[in-house]
Design a protein around this ligand. Sequence first.
Ligand SMILES: Nc1nc2c(ncn2[C@@H]2O[C@H](COP(=O)(O)OP(=O)(O)OP(=O)(O)O)[C@@H](O)[C@H]2O)c(=O)[nH]1
Ligand SMILES: [Mg+2]
Length: 453
Amino acid sequence: MENIFIEDTIIALATPAGTGAISIVRVSGPEAIDFIEKVFTGKKKLTEVDSHTIHYGKIKSRDGELIDDVLVSVFKKPNSYTGENAVEISTHGNPLIAQIIIKLLISEGVRLAEPGEFTKRAFLNDRLDLLQAEAVADVINSRTEASLRGSRNQLDGLLSKKVNELREMLINASSFVELELDFAEEDLEFIDKEELIKRIKNVIEEIDKLLSTYSFGRVIRDGVNVAIVGQTNVGKSSLMNYILKESRAIVSSIPGTTRDVIREEVSIDGVLFRMFDTAGIRKSKDEIEKEGVARSREAVKDSDLILFLGDVEQLFSEELYSELQGLNKQENIIKVLNKIDLQEKNNVKADAKLSAKTGEGISNLLNLLKEKALGNSSYSEKTTIVSNMRHYECLKRAKENLHKAKESALNKMSGEFISVDLRNAENDLAEIIGEVTSEDILNNIFTKFCIGK
Ligand SMILES: Nc1nc2c(ncn2[C@@H]2O[C@H](COP(=O)(O)OP(=O)(O)OP(=O)(O)O)[C@@H](O)[C@H]2O)c(=O)[nH]1
Ligand SMILES: [Mg+2]
């Protein structure tokens, strides 16, 4: 990354925009402390206090009107979150107070921060690598403890360390190949081809291990969408309510009760499931119901797993089953037979049998959902897991380049070819951590952050 000189000072509200006990306004930039000094009256001059100290005082407008008494935390470069001079002002938690202070400082020449700009500066000032900067957003947005743990690990640098290890391995191997090129005339061999191939294979294996954690990582990070579908009256809404442990969707014996898609989240052993109760699928002349059925089909298309519900009376409609297979992959469709309390013995084939009335069989279904979502993966808390598509794509490209390098080595091609592919693979890995990156990639990442982070 070329050195970027950041000259302006930015400001944003760091706490949520509502009423609370305290609001925090965050300021960062070369002149952050000087700007606050202009509006703050305390015992000491902020420009003279030590870094990482907190000071009580008053913020006043230009004409001397008291805005609020506040606590100001002062962080001096380079040991702040952003790596710059930074100040956090804790005010009384009325959003108006924070807004007035922000306006006041903007009138002094501070600029309103863009989304993620504090973290972007932390990255540009080498306080975090790109993987860790992305983890900051994930830590904030994690919805379950499992995803929080994953993003915490990434912020702690677990994945960065792994990627750097792989880069070291590649740089090491390619330096031998390049040495040979430098001494081409002398026909020296610095690394035995067998040994080179072994090393490349080694890195490919390590990358494969990381790639194989992705489907697990994605589930942990983003959760799983599950659509409950079936003919009318089979008990879809009843099942939804039972899983949510609340009477969320209207249940009635009249077919066609549910008209809209009802979405709720539930966490099962730390995995986030987004459940969609849908309108029963049948041919209908009713305009509203027709729209509902169309939405059911959309939900099937967009879901990771589908609970295809039948009941002991209507069983599973073959016609509907083949329609579902056209909308989503067969392996994602789970056949669930409901209402077994009415007629326990039956030979119907189903992946799960249950009663949404008595609750029998529902815990089995939830286990099945979890198994389907997580696969057979058994990872420990300390396993390095890939959960971000950008990282996954970079790793895949690195692997392709390594395959090319391996092929070239196997075919005894000139070292030039091998070295280019090794370099490319190393670049792909560097892109993950942000050592080579473009403004586009950075913008894409940081605009997804909230303002103030
Ligand atoms: N005995 C018994 N009745 C059930 C069970 N599950 C649902 N029902 C009853 O079946 C009827 C339909 O239930 P709903 O949950 O509204 O069915 P649905 O599939 O959502 O129906 P639509 O929204 O109309 O497509 C209601 O009278 C429920 O009380 C069950 O496991 N056992
Ligand atoms: Mg319903």
